[in-house]
Design a protein around this ligand. Structure first.
Ligand SMILES: *[C@@H]1O[C@H](CO)[C@@H](O)[C@H](O)[C@H]1NC(C)=O
Ligand SMILES: *[C@@H]1O[C@H](CO)[C@@H](O)[C@H](O)[C@H]1NC(C)=O
Length: 361
């Protein structure tokens, strides 16, 4: 006869792997960041509704976006900065916008209100901070912040036609003039789809520059980060996409994103594990690839170096690496005539970047 301590020990041993296997299904998800407060969701919904109702206004540019910028010089780029620190390259951006006609751009900053951030009292970022909420890394709060920026820019100025999302670690790789011409005027900038040669000098098609990738390692782990069936039925695995959260969208797509409720309901769910949870890299590419794949270039204009990545952070350039040659290498793109922006740079890169900005065009 077996002694009962032996049986107890034996069954305990047996149950260990079973527990290990079942625990993630039985235990409530470990909340990596607190869920989004209902009050934030209510505020956002009201903001999005206002922006959408404005878009039904007959003077909206979204429908008449095919007009030549020569005839209609008031199309603007909305530069949307998402930050949880000081804007470390503020003076570089001041230089980028210096002497540019203000009827060609607007700037909006979403800054985490729980961090002590210095708001510049002069320069292009002065008074450009929008009502913001707390953000966490690896959490859907980053999606909310981006949608808040899009909605605020839509409401603020009907002339905002392209929306470029940037962070405090981003730098411009070209002059403002080059960026503006690339987005609105050039017929050859987007190499992936040459413009038909019908009307010389007039762009006819505007697409969003957003990375949309369907196959990468760990895609399945990222898909099931909220639970095996959590994304169903709205987002089957075959429709799940990944891409950089730094993109440049048309007004039509900015509106589509703030009007979305169906996918947001899924992507706002908390993850079980932090290392596979990057909702901000999935929500936008998945939504746009489901809603309007032909309206997207499927590549981004913001260069990033993922070689030797640590903890989901890309390579960060140090001041000793900054040179005109580096800028030249970062511009090189297979999809467009050039990348327009790049990240990430450590704060001490500001001095050498300012120095070479004078000599580069
Ligand atoms: C915020 O930062 C400023 C400048 O660094 C400092 O003077 C101020 O005391 C800080 N405020 C808080 C609440 O930490
Ligand atoms: C990307 O980062 C690696 C280091 O991880 C570096 O060796 C390489 O030169 C970088 N590439 C570019 C284009 O700067």
């Amino acid at each position: 006869m077996l002694s009962s301590p032996f049986i107890i020990a034996f069954s305990l041993l047996l149950s260990l792997p079973i527990l290990f296997f079942l625990a993630p299904r039985i235990l409530p998800p470990r909340h990596l960041s607190p869920p989004i407060p209902d009050s934030d969701e209510i505020d956002d919904a009201a903001l999005f509704r206002r922006a959408i109702s404005l878009s039904h206004h007959p003077n909206q540019p979204s429908r008449t976006f095919h007009l030549s910028t020569k005839k209609n010089p008031s199309f603007k780029i909305a530069f949307l900065f998402l930050t949880n620190t000081d804007i470390q390259f503020a003076s570089l951006w001041d230089r980028f916008f210096h002497n540019q006609p203000t009827n060609l751009y607007n700037i909006y900053v979403h800054a985490d209100p729980t961090v002590n951030i210095t708001r510049p009292d002069s320069g292009v970022f002065h008074n450009r901070f929008i009502p913001s909420k707390k953000t966490y890394r690896a959490s859907p709060t980053l999606i909310s912040a981006t949608r808040r920026l899009l909605a605020t820019a839509i409401l603020d100025d009907p002339a905002n036609a392209y929306f470029a999302v940037l962070s405090q670690h981003c730098i411009p790789l070209h002059s403002f003039r080059y960026v503006y011409r690339s987005l609105f005027v050039s017929k050859t900038f987007d190499k992936s789809e040459p413009e038909p040669e019908s009307e010389p000098g007039i762009r006819t098609k505007y697409r969003s520059f957003i990375e949309i990738i369907s196959k990468t390692p760990r895609m399945w782990k990222r898909y099931v980060a909220r639970g095996r069936y959590a994304m169903m039925p709205e987002v089957p695995f075959e429709k799940f996409r990944v891409g950089s959260q730094f993109f440049t969208l048309t007004r039509k797509h900015a509106l589509l994103i703030i009007a979305d409720r169906k996918l947001w309901k899924k992507f706002k769910l908390p993850c079980y594990r932090e290392d596979e949870c990057y909702p901000e890299e999935h929500y936008f590419p998945t939504l746009l690839s489901m809603a309007d794949p032909d309206g997207c270039t499927k590549y981004t204009l913001t260069r990033v170096n993922w070689t030797g990545t640590v903890n989901g952070h890309p390579y960060t350039y140090r001041s000793s690496e900054v040179s005109p040659e580096l800028i030249g290498r970062l511009r090189e793109s297979e999809n467009s005539e050039s990348y327009l922006f790049a990240r990430k740079f450590s704060p001490d890169c500001l001095k050498p970047l300012m120095r070479i900005a004078k000599s580069m065009s």
